[in-house]
Design a protein around this ligand. Structure first.
Ligand SMILES: Nc1ncnc2c1ncn2[C@@H]1O[C@H](COP(=O)(O)OP(=O)(O)O)[C@@H](O)[C@H]1O
Ligand SMILES: [Mg+2]
Length: 338
């Protein structure tokens, strides 16, 4: 960490904070109900934290406290080195937020929305025009930018929402369930946009109910359930925590399944057989098993299509941590309000 103070930096902030986001024992009570119960984590500058949890886990409440929208019952947070309680104005200047509810105006065009919000930020007219053009281009909305938002698809709206929150080029960006309700293609397009942002140095905190999304985007994952952190680690660490690797093998001909199963069992393995998929799964000690098992199959003459080690999925992780599956919310619509 630098000990040289940047004269342009406001008092209290680090000149070059290595930690972009810091949650310090955040608690939020609504009456006698505790929605967030002692949440602490740090997000290094330029990285992505996935706050993963089912509906009602406390994700939005945590984000609202970290973005100055809701005062914590106790605890605090620091964004880009600024304290949300002591320096809320500086926090807001250094962050962008895209919430679960769309913030754009339906009747205006995409470009007009950018102009309106940019005006509120006090961005000069020339800069605003250039910045709007850049953002529309970056989010593949150059043509759509001249059409009213009410004609946009769900994916286009989300991209415009994101463009709006990036107008002021904030170093820290909070996204609350950015892809909930999007179809798989719009979702993976948005993931690409987010990867580009992070490559350009933005620090990202995103909440999600989608295990795959956290796996795809996050450097670190904090799993919360009922307001408490139940796990914290890299996607790989969480998967390792859920159990050892499996050896997965797909035979070429269905009629070889019994022989393949017998071959594995003879060598002392528990085997799970998925008949329609022609697939056998067995617990594995790791990479060292591969050449041994390959040799058995080679000798036996059983043809194999596919063969390798598989990690448990994040879905398995969630199940092993909470005792329940993450909720399937694929039917949630764009209209859902936080
Ligand atoms: N303003 C509020 N008043 C009372 N309860 C609330 C309020 N906001 C959220 N909650 C409750 O707090 C819990 C966490 O909500 P939320 O943070 O929105 O979860 P998530 O975003 O993970 O789905 C839920 O049980 C929710 O009903
Ligand atoms: Mg929420």
């Amino acid at each position: 960490m630098s000990s040289v103070t940047d004269p342009a930096a406001a008092p209290g902030a680090l000149a070059t904070p290595d930690v972009a986001i810091e949650a310090i024992d955040l608690v939020k009570r609504f009456g006698d109900f505790t929605a967030v119960d002692g949440v602490s984590f740090t997000v290094p500058r330029g990285s992505v934290l996935g706050l993963l949890g089912p509906n009602g886990a406390g994700k939005t409440t945590t984000v609202r406290m970290m973005t100055t929208l809701s005062p914590p019952t106790s605890g605090t947070a620091r964004i880009a080195g600024y304290d949300v309680l002591e320096q809320p104005g500086l926090v807001r200047q250094n962050m962008g937020l895209t919430g679960q509810a769309a913030t754009v105006d339906e009747i205006l065009t995409g470009r007009e929305n950018l102009r309106m919000i940019g005006g509120l930020y006090g961005i000069g007219r020339k800069t605003l025009t250039r910045r709007s053009d850049e953002l529309l281009e970056q989010f593949s909305l150059t043509e759509a930018g001249n059409k009213p938002v009410k004609s946009y698809s769900g994916g286009m709206r989300r991209r415009l929402d994101l463009a709006v929150s990036l107008l002021a080029a904030p170093p820290v960006l909070f996204l609350d369930e950015p892809t909930t309700g999007l179809d798989p293609r719009s979702r993976s397009e948005l993931w690409d946009v987010l990867r580009d942002l992070v490559a350009d140095g933005t620090t990202l905190l995103l909440t999600t109910q989608y295990l795959e999304e956290a796996d795809q985007l996050a450097d670190d994952i904090v799993v919360i359930d009922k307001g408490r952190i139940i796990a914290h680690g890299t996607p790989l660490q969480l998967k390792e925590q859920a159990g050892s690797a499996s050896l997965v093998l797909t035979v070429s001909r269905g009629e070889d399944l019994p022989a393949a199963e017998a071959l594995l069992r003879k060598n002392g393995a528990e085997v799970f057989v998925d008949v329609p998929a022609r697939r056998l799964t067995t617990a594995s000690g790791g990479l060292g098993d591969l050449p041994r098992v390959a040799a058995w199959f080679d000798e036996s003459g059983i043809a194999v299509d596919d063969f390798g080690l598989a990690r448990p999925s994040l879905d398995d992780v969630f199940l092993s941590l909470t005792g329940h599956r993450a909720e399937d919310t694929t039917n949630t619509t764009d209209e859902e309000i936080a």
